[in-house]
Design a protein around this ligand. Structure first.
Ligand code: ZN
Length: 148
């Protein structure tokens, strides 16, 4: 199996069996984004854990809802899987790393430990119109983090 085929399988798996595709009850933050170029909709919601003063704020759970192309929905599944249980600061870094990866400024090799399954979206970088699809959930997450 070539790397392209493997990546395709990872994307399809997230698309068909999304992780965390269930909006959170009474979320601490929520953001819906729409990509008019493709018709994708992603709604991201999250809950945070109350922390003692001075401790990093932690995201307890991440959920999403939405519809659209396989890239947008698989990327939302990968993002929620990756961010669940991480601190707000860590998630900011993940979002930045993913953006740099999508822009071609960082290689898959460089970010694979950090981004996990999301490196399977490497092939999307060749199609600038689809980068927006892949970025949608991550942008919604960044907007959510500004609310907590
Ligand atoms: Zn799309």
């Amino acid at each position: 199996m070539s790397l392209d085929e493997l990546y395709q399988e990872v994307i399809l798996d997230h698309y068909k069996n999304p992780r965390g595709k269930c909006p959170i009850d009474c979320p601490h933050a929520a953001c819906s984004l729409y990509n008019p170029l493709c018709g994708d909709q992603v709604d991201v919601s999250l809950s945070v854990e109350g922390q003692p003063e001075g401790c990093p704020l932690k995201v307890l759970d991440v959920g999403f809802a939405g519809h659209g192309c396989s890239i947008s929905q698989a990327s939302a599944s990968m993002m929620s899987d990756l961010c669940r249980g991480k601190s707000v600061a860590e998630i900011c870094e993940l979002c930045m790393a993913f953006r740099e990866f999508m822009r071609g400024n960082r290689s898959a090799e460089d970010v694979k430990d950090q981004l996990g399954d999301a490196v399977a979206l490497e092939g999307v970088r060749k199609f600038s119109a689809r980068v927006k699809c892949a970025m949608l959930a991550w942008e919604a997450m960044e907007k959510c983090l500004k609310q907590v």
